[in-house]
Design a protein around this ligand. Structure first.
Ligand code: HEM
Length: 455
């Protein structure tokens, strides 16, 4: 199949235009670190869908726009390899033997071990669990008060994920400390990404201790932890599975895999928090969403998936949050050989990147792209229903996110419960991004005032 959005392998093609303003040695590090999405948007608006820029020791080929994104994300692993980018970042955190530190067929097998927990039947089982977790969390809250948005989303999403994917006992025991431990892993990941070193940084020592605590807890609790509706513990299922080499997982690898599931979920609190910020910044949407819930939830709390699937307008708000604040704002690969992508030459070893954060704000792709406008996803406008896809917050092409439906369901449940229980407002509606962290969450403290509604 040949489409306009495809890459070819012979090393032909034009030279990528260089972004202006690079300095000796540090290249474009300063503007990139200060405002990466703004930097990429400016570069692409001036020079087009493909540009090159430099970071210390790295040349980066950056692509931006639906056709160019599809071309890069459609490359297979023998052309665009994720390993050189992610392996040095992930292996020190999760340990060897999982994610990118293993042969491809073992990685595929590990992914298939997660899939049964993300399938539709599993998602249906999680509906009452998710509602219960959020209701329990807000039950002791008073008639009115405040909460810090990111802290609350971190706690709720981690607790739900731990409960559903690992087990209820693990969720209960580790829930209170999970956000802090996961934060240590995230910080070390971000430091490695920025300074490219993992050696003996205090962040890595703290991350190492967090990993030990989490692994110990998984090994102690998970084998005896049987999620509702399942006959066996997920850990025991992992230990019984047989891989492509005919061997089963050892206990350490099974625990590292489960830790990897938690780590992969670390974008969910950020997406949940930005969804809340956008809703509370645009309060005209709240009555619309409450009316939609009244119609969908004939019984509360729902126990099946269908009422959640009826929450189209909330779904559109989630899409708009994914568009304006994608937690994974950069997807990176390394050219495994000399490539020609969208007519441009990308030499072997160069980093290639696609930015959901910049691509989602391109004029000409979305109407008035800076505006929060969930109606753009109504069937008569359907700005996202395009080929190639224009929304790539959960990636796409060869390696789409496996947990997108789980994450979206978690966030729909959280905001359904909160909007139903409380009148909410931001203490300060001017919320900025925290750029000193990996996923650019809302800057803390982001205080929300609540007042209980009469039911
Ligand atoms: C809002 C929440 C989430 C966002 C925005 C998100 C986004 C992404 C993105 C962009 C990728 C592709 C990375 C790349 O190709 O470089 C990815 C991969 C992945 N995600 Fe998610 N994710 C989220 C939640 C989850 C959850 C809850 C899980 C489940 C445990 C999960 C599991 C995975 C896995 C296993 C992969 C790797 C797929 C592969 O290697 O082919 N994600 N995610």
């Amino acid at each position: 199949m040949t489409t306009e959005a495809q890459a070819t392998s012979p090393p032909e093609g034009r030279e990528l235009p260089e972004v202006e303003g690079g300095l000796p040695l540090i290249g474009h590090t300063v503007p990139f670190v200060r405002d990466p999405v703004g930097f990429l948007l400016r570069a692409h608006s001036r020079q087009g869908e493909a540009v090159a820029f430099s970071l210390p020791g790295r040349r980066v080929a950056s692509f931006c726009g639906p056709q160019a994104n599809a071309a890069v994300l459609g490359l297979d692993d023998s052309e665009a390899d994720r390993r050189p980018v992610y392996e040095p970042l992930v292996t020190p955190l999760l340990g060897p033997g999982v994610v990118f530190n293993i042969p491809d067929d073992v990685k595929t097998w590990h992914d298939t071990l997660l899939l049964p927990h993300l399938r539709r039947d599993a998602l249906a089982r999680y509906v009452p669990v998710m509602f219960d977790q959020v209701e329990r969390h807000i039950a002791p809250w008073g008639a009115c008060g405040t909460f810090e948005l990111m802290t609350t989303m971190h706690y709720l999403t981690m607790r739900i994920t731990a409960h559903c994917l690992i087990g209820p006992r693990f969720g209960r025991t580790m829930g209170p400390v999970l956000p802090q431990l996961m934060n240590r892993l995230e910080t070390a990941f971000f430091m490695s990404f920025v300074i490219g070193s993992r050696a003996l940084l205090p962040h890595h020592r703290r991350a190492g201790r967090a990993r030990e605590s989490l692994t110990r807890a998984i090994k102690e609790i998970a084998p005896h932890d049987c999620p509702e509706g399942d006959e066996r513990s997920h850990f025991v299922e992992l230990m019984r599975a047989v891989g492509p080499d005919g061997r089963s997982l050892d206990e350490d690898t099974a625990a590292a895999l489960m830790l990897g599931w938690l780590f992969a979920s670390a974008s969910t609190p950020v997406h949940a928090a930005w969804t809340g910020v956008l809703l509370l910044q645009h309060p005209q949407w709240l009555p619309v969403l409450r009316a939609e819930q009244e119609a969908a939830f004939t019984d509360y709390p729902p126990t099946t998936l269908s009422p959640l699937h009826e929450l189209d307008r909330l779904g559109h708000c989630l899409l708009e949050s994914e568009r304006l604040h994608p937690p994974v704002w950069l997807l990176a690969r390394t050219a495994a050989r000399d490539l020609c992508v969208q007519g441009y030459r990308v030499p072997r070893g160069h980093m290639m990147c696609v930015s959901p954060g910049a691509s989602h704000r391109l004029p000409g792709v979305f109407r008035d792209p800076g505006r929060f406008d969930p109606d753009r996803y109504l069937p008569d406008r359907g700005e996202h229903r395009t080929t190639p896809p224009v929304l790539i917050g959960f990636s796409g092409g060869r390696h789409p996110c496996l947990g997108s439906a789980f994450a979206q369901q978690t966030i729909k449940v959280i905001w359904s419960v909160l909007l139903r229980a409380f009148d909410l407002e931001l203490a300060d509606p001017q919320v900025r991004e925290a750029r000193s962290t990996l996923r650019h969450p809302p800057r803390q403290p982001c205080t929300v005032r609540y007042r209980r509604r009469k039911r």
